[in-house]
Design a binder for this molecule. Structure first.
Ligand code: B1N
Length: 879
């Protein structure tokens, strides 16, 4: 057993936590007594699961911190180039099982827990989910830092330690979504290391005098480190999250005067900044608090990284691009462009050109969406009030940038004129007003004239403007954060092949034409540890046994070795048995959480993602409604022909997203009616799992046989659940959108159920055909009629939802639910047909897993490291 100095100190410098099973057992007991404070007469037995969880977590933490310290010391000594992943969201989920498994201590801890009368599986449920993210973007950041550690890449994540993460979703008895606060820190957080000694000052408001900023308000950012274990490596990386605190805890003068509210006002205002995650996936901006959050974590992270650089290289700032690269996860951290300029110029005394040269080699930008409402544009007024010095810097970047384009733009305009000569205008008479002595013309006339005469070069330059006028609000100027990021970055990437292509043709077209080499693709990936090895132990064991190696979680292309078994009947049988076990496990969880009894024989069909019109949960539920109608009107004899299905939905609607909330309610109402209809029995079940989160995903994905990836072509940048489902042998019904396209390439398109318009057809339908389109599928009309006739209750409430896809005078079906419906139903029929041939279904399922190697986030991160970051692995020597 190891020497214990004191429980709160953990290991002394002379002794490391031992991995020997008996030491681990002793250590868990120690932690139960001295960290959890469990009464000794209750140890080892007689403790509740939560306490045991905390004791075990405290013990695992020692191993993490030990390897974490060794990693960080080693990297500090070697001083390699570091990548800093700046993200407003990290959707980590639970940590206990991931830590134990990544540290390869599963067997040891299982034993240790057994002596306390528990098993690890039970304890895992005692942990709160760390839900500091909305959806795919936040979970991607979590997968990325897992891969960075596993690949021994020197790098940290930087983000915000929100006190309240993604809201908890409840569904009330009428089917409405309710939002409840996520009090995730209430039982403490054993996975973080508070760093009261690592703090930075963050300024806001105030004024600028002769380029010098005097903030009107200052707060403190305090660091919390979250060790991120790699798999089969001694490397433990870091996620550093910032908490906002007041400079002064307390205004004692106010307190003494009896003004208690005022005494704590400053404190509350500061703490507000890291209080709550904005629960909008891709919408609604312009709120000052959100900009405050963004600047808060970006400034703290940059100050921190620059301080570390300075400690090693003093003022040799030219070296910064060789030592650090900052990856900006969408537009949320892009104020970094201005903040890095400010820090280099105002704090480190560099001149503008030197600083700008460094910035453009140190920052990189990832775009995650082309949805116009998600492309952040801050009103100049809001940004200028909160960050006056930054607005000044952005303004200068904007004008220097436009100046630098003049020659190119001039050449472009001339070129254009050569091809397309402007119509010769009749020589204009100099208006009287311009002649000396003439009376002034009214302003209005002069303005109109100017508009008509707009200089084509000026007009072309304005396309590139970082600061532009709001097209919807005359006179209101906006800062286009995506443009700022593109100009300030060395590389810009999209997140799937089609998406990277679309951004070059659309939102960044003009920028792409100027600097084509800046634009890259990095198709997303997911960590095969959490999303296959840990969440699907049955399948993982079969894969290891079949391939004869357990190296595949770190080398996922090894899964291609499964292809040769796709037609093997014995193998298929084992494969199916595991899926069936996973379905039973899921059914039990659903029973426990919702009370709904599910049969395990039907096809498990799952759609889990944020609720959004573009993701088209609506299309899915309409097809379910029609299926219900068919079953209901069939004779008992005909009913035997239906392929039984369990359709499962999960996802949160942004609190203010009107249509999304109606879709949630519709799904729930349909479930309430269908599930208790005696005519339907086990032929159809409709389940909405409340509070979909990472934990639910880990149970749902291994059990899924069919997943719905049915976004309107051209709208879903990538999708990442599609990859997780694929790894777990789940077939896809979907559109040619996002990463579905690349999955189809890897698996063979004929093995997916592809339907609908593709991206090239969508614009023509929206702009032209839509107006005269009347070709409604009678099944679509029937499903809508059932919503409108009150089959699911509350028909008035659902009226505008029905109108949104059928009444062109009220809406325009922007996401093509109606025109894609017929082909969707055709694809659904194909699903039923193939499912009846279980051998063929299983063959495809095996091919999905076998073809999923490309979608490991290890592959994605290697590409970032090689093609953007230029960061090399620095493996930490084993202890
Ligand atoms: O990012 C994921 C992609 O797989 C998804 O297709 C994409 O929709 C998602 C503002 C977003 N794009 N934009 C966001 C999230 C929060 C927010 O406040 C935008 N999320 C995505 C990973 O690349």
């Amino acid at each position: 057993a190891r020497e214990i100095v004191s429980p709160s100190n953990g290991a002394s410098s002379t002794s490391r936590p031992s991995k020997d099973p008996s030491s681990v057992q002793a250590d868990v007991l120690q932690n139960l007594e001295f960290v959890v404070g469990a009464p000794s007469n209750k140890i080892p037995n007689g403790l509740d699961a939560k306490s045991v969880y905390r004791g075990v977590a405290a013990s695992v933490r020692e191993h993490l911190i030990d390897a974490f310290n060794r990693t960080q010391d080693y990297w500090s000594e070697k001083d390699p180039k570091f990548v800093y992943y700046l993200s407003a969201e990290f959707l980590m989920g639970r940590s206990l099982m991931n830590a134990v498994q990544n540290l390869e201590l599963t067997g040891t801890y299982s034993e240790a827990v057994k002596q306390l009368g528990y098993d690890l599986e039970t304890l895992r449920d005692a942990e709160q989910n760390a839900a500091l993210g909305n959806g795919g973007l936040g979970r991607l950041a979590a997968c990325f830092i897992d891969s960075m550690a596993t690949l021994n890449l020197p790098g940290w994540g930087y983000g915000i330690r929100y006190k309240y993460g993604m809201f908890k979703q409840a569904i009330d008895e009428k089917g409405y979504q309710q939002e409840l606060p996520d009090i995730w820190l209430s039982n403490g957080n054993p996975w973080e290391i508070p760093r009261p000694d690592i703090t930075f000052k963050i300024g806001f408001y105030g004024s600028v005098d002769n380029f010098k900023w005097s903030p009107g308000e200052t707060i403190i950012a305090k660091a919390y480190d979250n060790p991120i274990p790699g798999y089969k490596t001694a490397t433990v990386g870091n996620l550093r999250l910032w908490e906002a605190l007041p400079v002064d805890e307390f205004d004692l003068t106010a307190f003494n005067e009896g003004k208690y509210d005022k005494a704590v006002e400053q404190r509350r205002k500061a703490e507000d900044i890291s209080a709550v995650l904005y629960p909008n996936d891709a919408t609604e901006y312009g709120k000052e608090l959100r900009l405050k959050q963004q600047f808060f974590f970006v400034s703290a992270s940059l100050q921190d990284a620059l301080a570390r650089f300075k400690a090693k290289h003093s003022d040799n700032w030219q070296l910064l691009p060789e030592k650090a690269v900052f990856q900006m996860n969408d537009t949320h951290p892009t104020i970094a462009v201005a903040e890095l300029m400010r820090l280099l110029i105002d704090e480190q005394n560099l001149d503008w050109d030197t600083a700008w040269g460094i910035v453009q080699k140190t920052l990189a930008f990832t775009n995650h969406t082309v949805m116009p409402e998600a492309l952040e544009k801050w009103p100049v007024k809001v940004l200028g009030k909160l960050l006056p010095r930054h607005l000044e810097i952005i303004d200068k970047i904007d004008s220097i940038w436009k100046d630098s384009l003049k020659e190119k733009v001039l050449a472009q305009v001339e070129e254009m004129h050569k091809k397309n000569p402007p119509k010769p205008k009749a020589a204009k008479e100099v208006p009287l007003a311009k002649k000396a002595g003439a009376p002034a013309v009214p302003e209005q006339a002069e303005e109109e004239e100017e508009e008509e005469e707009e200089d084509p070069v000026e007009a072309a330059l304005n396309k590139y403007g970082i600061i532009t006028e709001n097209p919807w609000e005359k006179g209101v100027k906006l800062v286009n954060m995506a443009y700022l990021a593109v100009v300030g970055s060395k590389a810009v990437n999209g997140v799937a092949a089609i998406h990277s292509d679309i951004i070059k043709r659309t939102i960044f077209k003009d920028f792409f034409e100027l600097t084509p080499n800046k634009f890259q693709n990095k198709t997303n990936g997911v960590t095969p540890r959490r999303w296959l090895a840990w969440c699907n132990p049955g399948l993982a064991a079969l894969i290891t046994e079949t391939l004869g190696t357990d190296a595949w979680p770190n080398d996922l292309n090894l899964l291609t070795g499964l292809r040769q078994y796709a037609d093997d009947k014995d193998f298929q049988k084992k494969w199916r048995a595991i899926k069936h076990e996973n379905k039973a496990r899921l059914a039990a969880k659903i029973k426990e959480r919702t009370g709904i009894d599910l049969p395990t024989e039907p096809l498990y069909d799952i759609q889990i993602k944020r609720i959004h019109e573009y993701k088209r949960q609506y299309l899915n539920i309409l097809s379910v409604i029609y299926r219900y109608h068919e079953i209901k009107t069939a004779s008992p004899e005909e009913r035997k022909k239906f392929v039984p299905r369990v359709t499962i939905f999960g996802g949160k609607a942004a609190s203010a997203y009107y249509m999304a909330k109606k879709i949630v309610r519709l799904i729930n109402r349909v479930g309430m009616v269908v599930n208790k209809d005696p005519d339907v029995k086990d032929l159809l079940k409709v389940v909405f799992v409340p509070d979909y989160n990472v934990d639910w995903a880990e149970a749902l994905i291994p059990a899924a046989e069919l997943c719905q990836q049915i976004s309107t072509a051209g709208t879903e940048a990538s999708g990442t659940s599609n990859m997780k489902f694929q790894m777990n042998g789940c077939l896809i019904i979907g559109t040619m959108d996002g990463a579905n396209i690349e999955i189809a390439e890897e698996v063979g398109k004929e093995n997916l159920f592809i339907f609908g318009m593709d991206e090239s057809e969508v614009p023509a339908w929206r702009e032209g055909k839509r107006a005269e389109w009347k070709d409604y599928d009678p099944r679509f009309v029937k499903a809508l009629d059932m919503i409108k006739d009150g089959t699911f209750g509350d028909e008035e409430y659902f009226q505008d939802l029905a109108d949104s896809v059928s009444d062109m005078s009220k809406s325009n079906d922007w996401f093509l639910v109606a025109p894609d419906f017929t082909d969707y139903m055709r694809a659904q029929d194909d699903v039923d047909k193939i499912y009846q041939d279980q051998d063929e279904w299983t063959r495809r399922s095996i091919l999905y897993t076998a073809g999923s190697g490309f979608f490991s986030s290890d592959r994605t991160i290697k590409q970032y490291a090689d093609e953007i970051w230029d960061v090399k692995p620095v493996p930490v020597p084993a202890a």
